[in-house]
Design a binder for this molecule. Structure first.
Ligand SMILES: [Zn+2]
Length: 378
């Protein structure tokens, strides 16, 4: 009996001690600034001319439900006409990260842990950006992270190891993408690269306008362009405001000049970071910023009428659970169960023509194949 008691005490002590300094205890957070959400009229037509893929990095149903509670029971995401579930296993293990999980969405092949834009054998495969360009569509990417982070590299580069930051950025001039917004000037600059290449100069040599100022980009009306206003990631939501929404809308206005249509990828990149840090306040700020961006994009798509928007995630981060809370005050009581990714299934939200294709159980690669077929890319 004493022995059982001893081990019981030991086990409970172990269970309560933070692992790697992370906080797996109950966390309570009240969101101070709810926003209102409108009902968006859904387009009537069936034709898909443009597709916008929006990725909440590390966003599972628990993240969305916490954000919904923080915002007093409303999210722009709820305007999605159809919802589905995406399985995210990868070629060599159950649990994906943003290299392998995003690659499945970008190229439609399962790949190995930490790969970006290549299949499980390490062979480069064309991403939705490259296939769309080859069919004469315009293409764009807008993210809040540094551009050498995994998700943008899944779409714009090809390498077996997502951590080779300088190498991946060095491939960007080979991508046919038209418009890119994101953080991460560092590895475009020769002084920070072992090969001393000036990647911004190379992009200019390929006809891109390179802007390091966000306001300049908002007024830009020209052809292909990169806007990279920060050395690393974009600032936290409280500082950057509606930057992701505004940069995305800017790209949409530029991309929609193409009569052949366009494909665009937009990422709420840092949900994943705050899942890793087990920081519920910052995780909610990022998730709500992503939701407001979703709202702006849905409204734009509703006006356009021929644009399909698909919102999903590459994997779950943090093993987040919602244990209690209060809708009236926007309070959540949560626990994280890991400082890493989990294998929990992630949601799909679809808005616009042919949204009904994104329901039920899907795999991340199937989701890519559906976009390929709707845009007649393959
Ligand atoms: Zn992650």
């Amino acid at each position: 009996m004493r022995k059982i008691l001893f081990w019981g005490v030991m086990l409970s002590m172990f269970a309560q001690s933070p692992v790697n300094g992370k906080n797996f205890d109950l966390q309570k957070y009240t969101h101070p600034a709810p926003y209102s959400v409108e009902k968006i009229q859904t387009p009537k037509g069936k034709k898909v001319k443009n597709v916008i893929l929006m990725i909440g990095d590390g966003m599972s149903l628990a993240h969305v439900q916490c954000a919904w509670t923080c915002n007093r029971g409303h999210l722009w995401l709820e305007n999605a006409q159809y919802t589905g579930l995406s399985q995210t296993p990868i070629a060599n293990q159950l649990i994906a990260e943003s290299g392998s999980g995003g690659t499945a969405l970008a190229i439609g092949h399962q790949t190995v842990y930490h790969a970006a834009g290549v299949d499980a054998k390490g062979n480069p495969q064309p991403s939705l950006i490259e296939l769309a360009h080859a069919k004469g569509l315009s293409t764009g990417v807008a993210v809040t992270c540094r551009l050498w982070d995994a998700t943008p590299c899944d779409f714009l580069a090809h390498y077996i190891d997502r951590d080779e930051s300088e190498l991946l950025i060095g491939q960007f001039p080979d991508s046919p993408v038209d418009y890119v917004f994101g953080g991460g000037q560092r590895y475009f600059k020769p002084e920070n690269r072992p090969d001393k290449r000036d990647v911004f100069a190379e992009l200019e040599g390929k006809g891109y306008k390179v802007m390091k100022n966000y306001e300049e980009f908002l007024g830009y009306e020209g052809g292909k362009a990169y806007c990279v206003p920060f050395e690393g990631d974009t600032p936290v939501p409280a500082e950057r405001g509606d930057m992701l929404a505004k940069a995305s809308l800017k790209e949409l206005s530029l991309l929609s000049r193409d009569k052949d249509g366009f494909f665009m990828m937009i990422e709420g990149s840092q949900l994943d970071d705050y899942g890793h840090f087990n920081n519920i306040q910052m995780l909610m700020e990022e998730t709500l910023d992503f939701d407001r961006t979703v709202g702006e994009v849905f409204k734009w798509a509703a006006q356009d009428g021929e644009t399909l928007v698909v919102v999903t995630a590459d994997h779950e981060t943090g093993g987040l659970t919602l244990l209690d809370g209060d809708l009236a005050s926007g309070t959540v009581e949560v626990k994280f169960t890991t400082d890493d990714h989990s294998g929990v299934i992630v949601p799909i939200y679809a808005f616009g023509p042919q949204a009904q294709n994104f329901t039920g159980f899907m795999t991340n690669t199937e989701l890519c194949h559906k976009i390929q077929s709707l845009l007649k890319l393959k």
